[in-house]
Design a protein around this ligand. Structure first.
Ligand SMILES: [Zn+2]
Length: 192
């Protein structure tokens, strides 16, 4: 069974009837996620697979159980290039009507507070994916390098050529790359 994800679902009814939903949602329907995912020029936008089941546990709690899965193209925090991050997040949430009831749940059950009779399934799927993304997405160790600072290349140049390096905004004397090193180089040229 599948529904359009823009539709709001009555989760209490879904629990009563033990409904299950399986399908795909386009990234364009998940605006908070789309904001951090890099667009691909050569491929269609990423899609998210979801599988959700509504049921009651032996204690009588209303649950939504399932998983969300996608492959997201994110900016690598080391090389700043694109890195494909596979996300496959199981979810198990207790549906409750108030924050107070959420606080009364056992520690190992996460709440999903639904004040009325309407649950935004797309928002729920998006929340779970956002939680599953690594805090610092990056390529595996040794697979990429930080971008080489411009000043580091200039430091190997001979003093005779330093003037031309300075003119292009590079400070040949800078041991460590530093934003102000570029400024210092430009000022040196002005004095000369
Ligand atoms: Zn990288």
């Amino acid at each position: 069974m599948s529904i359009a994800l823009s539709d709001h679902l009555d989760p209490w009814r879904a629990v009563r009837y033990g409904l299950a939903f399986t399908g795909e949602v386009a990234l364009s329907q998940l605006p908070r996620l789309a904001e951090i995912v890099l667009a691909r020029e050569d491929a269609p936008p990423a899609r998210v697979d979801y599988r959700l089941r509504f049921e009651r546990d032996p204690e009588g709690r209303a649950l939504v159980i399932g998983h969300v899965r996608s492959c997201l193209r994110l900016p690598c925090q080391r090389c700043l290039g694109a890195v494909e991050i596979a996300v496959d997040a199981p979810l198990r949430l207790a549906l409750v009507k108030t924050d107070q009831l959420a606080g009364e749940l056992p520690d190992d059950i996460d709440p999903c507070v639904v004040a009325g009779d309407s649950l935004d399934l797309a928002a729920l799927i998006e929340d779970e994916l956002l939680l599953a993304i690594p805090a610092v997405p990056r390529h595996g160790d040794g697979l990429c390098q930080p971008p080489e600072p411009v000043q580091a290349r200039a430091s190997s140049r001979s003093p005779e050529r330093s003037a031309s390096a300075s003119e292009s905004g590079l400070d040949p004397s800078a041991e460590k790359p530093h934003p102000f090193a570029v400024l210092a180089g430009i000022r040196g040229v002005d004095k000369a």
